[in-house]
Design a protein around this ligand. Structure first.
Ligand code: SAH
Ligand code: SF4
Ligand code: F3S
Length: 479
């Protein structure tokens, strides 16, 4: 290490894997006044690469920076502080980030005082830090998913010493409430209800990068949603890697995800969504609450990953194809017309053609109205990364293409069922491709485009669907 670092602590996956049974405290965040002026007259830019959880973190990072006095700037090359909030879920997510970092070498040459920071899930992996230090010496700050609250302290230290700083905690800390947050959207908000994941699916890095499952207290969540209602928000999406495990870690109270949904149903927020559900933990009580409707939207993202029992077992998903199908049946009965979407991985190590075909037949059976589909990507430190995978790249892509063809058929069918019907749309703004068109999502989470006007933005309006396309619905505003 030729460079001088003011702190240097790198991650350990071995430590991260441990679940220590430590009690999690809730701490109300307060920013020391000495940090609240260091950004005055300076600008920042946060770049996000991951899931909704990652986006929610970026909103907190932006909130912290603004409380420190920084203002947001769109032209990233001009920013005084640039933060990359990274994702480690698949190799291609990581490659994208490295490409982007390369671009900033040039920016930093023009603006040597620019502070470049990297955070997020990728920083919790063991080999990343060394690689960044070697290839991207212009990076000043590296921190992880467990110490976002320390960002003001880090920037203060860098400003003072001019030395780079690396600090990654492998084990999660307490839950911070009252962190400042600068939300990207004025009508739709992400609300974390829990952090971490204890599932340990054999392919997945998240339980290592995000630590053990910790649920936020119900009163903190309800308080946040009430404040959002006051601010004019129409929709909340509850976030967690496995929201159905919400509350399992409470030792003092008995309060489940279904209880939370019931409490949210009583609040005057127009729409409640949640992601992600784990098929094993999605229980009858939750299905029943969804069936009561109200503000709980008739859409569920329920990742199945594979339609074959042997693969599901080797993925450590802890449910069978039959279990999954029976939950879908219950859901469709409780919430007539529910739209179901999913995640699927193809070419898991050792997946045979017959096993892959079971996934295709499951897609046909459920008729998913949308899916994120992925080729399995080995993640160092996870069990599946050591499994033998004889498939060629060509075979992997062939499977992905075949799966997507099947999925796309049902995407279109799922949209066609709304033709000539009136749907409720939360209007988000003007369509990117057409000046006169406005755009938003229906209750079933379908993208709807229609001719409208600026005064509709942020409102829920009735739109008659004229034509269904694969990726959106075209409609007419009902006045
Ligand atoms: N907690 C959520 C989703 C987490 S990650 C859940 O359990 O459903 C989002 C999706 O990325 C996963 O559902 C899975 O389909 C995919 N994924 C995760 N790890 C992967 C890997 N190593 N290779 C390919 N896809 C992966
Ligand atoms: Fe990863 Fe499985 Fe946890 Fe989802 S449930 S985050 S796929 S380990
Ligand atoms: Fe990526 Fe971390 Fe989310 S790995 S998908 S940003 S939890």
């Amino acid at each position: 290490m030729s460079k001088v670092y003011s702190r240097y602590q790198t991650p350990s996956l071995l430590k991260a894997r441990k679940r220590l049974g430590k009690t999690v405290e809730t701490i109300n965040y307060q920013m020391d006044s000495k940090y609240q002026t260091i950004g005055n007259g300076k600008t920042y830019c946060v770049k996000t690469y991951g899931c909704q959880g990652n986006l929610a973190d970026s909103e907190k990072i932006s909130g912290l920076l603004e409380r420190m006095g920084y203002t947001n700037v769109v032209e990233e090359e001009k920013a005084d502080v640039v933060l990359f909030n990274t994702c480690a879920i698949r190799e291609n997510a990581e490659n994208r980030i490295f490409g982007e970092l390369g671009r900033f070498v040039k920016y930093k040459k023009n603006n040597p005082n620019m502070i470049i920071g990297i955070c997020g899930c990728m920083m919790q992996e063991e080999n990343t830090i060394e690689m960044i230090n070697k290839k991207y010496p212009h990076v000043n700050l590296i921190f992880g998913t467990h110490n976002i609250d320390k960002l003001p302290e880090y920037l203060y230290e860098i400003e003072k010493t001019n030395n780079p700083l690396v600090e990654i905690f492998s084990i999660e800390g307490d839950i911070y409430e009252e962190l400042p947050v600068k939300r990207d959207h004025p009508y739709k908000a992400w609300v974390n209800i829990m952090y971490g994941c204890d599932e340990f699916c054999t392919y997945c890095i998240v339980p290592y990068t995000r630590g053990k499952e910790r649920s936020r207290k119900p009163e903190a969540i309800l308080k946040e949603v009430k404040a959002l209602i006051e601010d004019g928000y129409q929709e909340v999406t509850l976030l967690g890697q496995n929201v159905n495990a919400y509350g399992n870690d409470f030792t003092d109270i008995k309060y489940s995800f279904a209880d939370l949904l019931r409490d949210l149903q009583k609040l005057p927020i127009s729409r409640v969504r949640y992601t992600t559900s784990h098929p094993r933990d999605l229980d009858d009580e939750t299905i029943e609450v969804m069936g009561m409707g109200g503000n709980i939207m008739p859409h569920l993202h329920l990742p199945v990953q594979s339609g074959n029992n042997n693969i599901l077992k080797r993925m450590n998903r802890k449910y069978t194809r039959e279990d999954y199908l029976s939950k879908i049946k219950k859901l469709k009965k409780a919430v007539p017309g529910i739209s179901i979407t999913t995640d699927i991985i193809v070419a898991f190590p050792g997946e045979t053609i017959e096993e892959f075909e079971d996934t295709l037949s499951l897609v046909e059976e459920v008729k998913f109205e949308g899916a994120f589909t992925f080729i399995y990507s080995p993640r160092e430190g996870t069990p599946a990364a050591t499994y033998h995978n004889p498939l060629t790249e060509e075979q992997k892509h062939e499977r992905l293409n075949k799966l997507n063809e099947t999925i796309n058929k049902y995407y279109l069918e799922g949209n066609q069922r709304f033709e000539n019907q009136i749907v409720k749309v939360l209007v988000e703004g003007k369509s990117k491709n057409n000046e006169n068109m406005y755009t938003g999502y229906s209750e079933h989470n379908k993208l709807v485009n229609f001719e409208g006007s600026d005064d509709l933005i942020g409102k829920i309006v009735d739109v008659k669907v004229i034509k269904a396309y694969s990726w959106h619905l075209l409609g007419e505003l009902i006045k």
